[in-house]
Design a protein around this ligand. Structure first.
Ligand SMILES: N=C(N)NCCCC(=O)O
Ligand SMILES: [Zn+2]
Ligand SMILES: [Zn+2]
Length: 325
């Protein structure tokens, strides 16, 4: 016999399984224990998993990212005091599950991801994607560009991801933003990397990156700027253009995100990252992804919890923007 699951429901928005009635460690792990897309009749924001890691250059395992982030999101509560907002009461957020993406054929995988992202955007919902390795940002940007035109990408990462090829391959997790720039998907003078650090191949990597349309806030600049200073840089760069935020979890220091494939020392704290994300309430945010969570190298869900809170902060920003408009 089917049992009705008690949920927190406010303003007609069907929210999380009520943790005061069903212990939060029980039941299926959708993101934040929100309803699946097929359990509700409309969605303002869709959380979508992309379990794909065929594009990695070092440690594999980000294909397990979506399910790990969901498992790590069970403790999220309905009210976000840092933004004085209830992200699941102010909008209908749903979990659309994972895309069935081909692990053996990167070109086919990219086409599938673009088609599924387009399906979500065509429904009128906003998209928050859980990866997956960083290769997936390219088809997501293709879908975003088709809907919004040139996109101002704000890219949180230790790595530039504007390299050209690896072993002759064009579509990898180190190359999505070069391909996006070549394809004309980016608002050329409005893109920004935040958190870049660590060894490069050559100094030319930086000049080529600039030519592809990016400015850089290096990880070391955090000391002088603080999160408010970085937010200022970001706002000045993107203006009122449509903004897509792509968050490689390795932007965090390995102390805060050990569970990732290409870790680099000297990164942000999770507190710094969450503070910067709150600044997106003041820009024209059209979509987001969180990538490169690889649970095999995680401990005690450190990385999964960081990613879940990053998602929660972004969903809260989307909720505030929705109620302001
Ligand atoms: N996108 C991530 N996480 N890493 C890119 C690393 C590219 C390299 O192996 O040089
Ligand atoms: Zn990275
Ligand atoms: Zn990356």
């Amino acid at each position: 016999m089917e049992q009705r699951t008690p949920r927190v429901t406010e303003n007609g928005n069907i929210g999380q399984v009520d943790a005061t009635q069903v212990p939060r460690y029980g039941g299926a792990a959708t993101f934040a224990r929100l309803p699946r897309w097929d359990e509700v009749d409309r969605a303002d924001v869709v959380v979508l998993g992309v379990p794909f890691d065929t594009g990695v250059s070092y440690r594999p395992g980000a294909r397990f990212g979506p399910s790990h982030i969901r498992e790590s999101s069970r403790l999220l509560r309905p009210y976000n005091p840092a933004q004085d907002a209830k992200p699941f009461a102010m909008q209908q957020v749903v979990d659309a599950g994972d895309i069935g993406v081909n692990p053996f054929d990167i070109a086919e995988a990219l086409a599938t991801i673009e088609a599924e992202a387009t399906r979500v955007l065509d429904s009128g919902a906003q998209l928050l994607t859980l990866g997956g390795d960083h290769t997936i940002a390219l088809p997501l940007l293709r879908a975003m560009h088709a809907k919004h035109g040139p996109i101002a990408v704000v890219h949180f990462d230790a790595h530039l991801d504007t390299w050209d090829t690896y072993f002759g391959a064009d579509y990898t997790h180190g190359t999505p933003f070069r391909r996006a720039s070549e394809e004309g998907l980016l608002a050329h003078d409005s893109c920004l990397h935040v958190g870049i650090r660590g060894p490069l191949y050559t100094a030319d990597d930086l000049t080529e990156d600039g030519d592809l349309g990016f400015q850089i806030v290096h990880s070391t600049e955090m000391d002088a700027l603080g999160a408010p200073g970085v937010i200022e840089r970001m706002r000045a760069r993107v203006g009122d253009r449509p903004v897509y935020v792509s968050i490689d979890i390795d932007v965090l220091d390995p102390a805060f995100a050990p569970g990732t494939g290409t870790p680099e020392a000297g990164g942000f704290t999770s507190r710094e990252l969450l503070a910067m994300l709150r600044g997106f309430a003041d820009v024209n945010l059209v979509g987001a992804d969180i990538v490169e969570v690889a649970p095999a190298y995680d401990h005690a869900q450190i990385t999964g919890i960081a990613a879940a809170h990053v998602a929660y902060e972004l969903l809260t920003v989307m909720a505030r923007r929705r109620s302001a408009s």
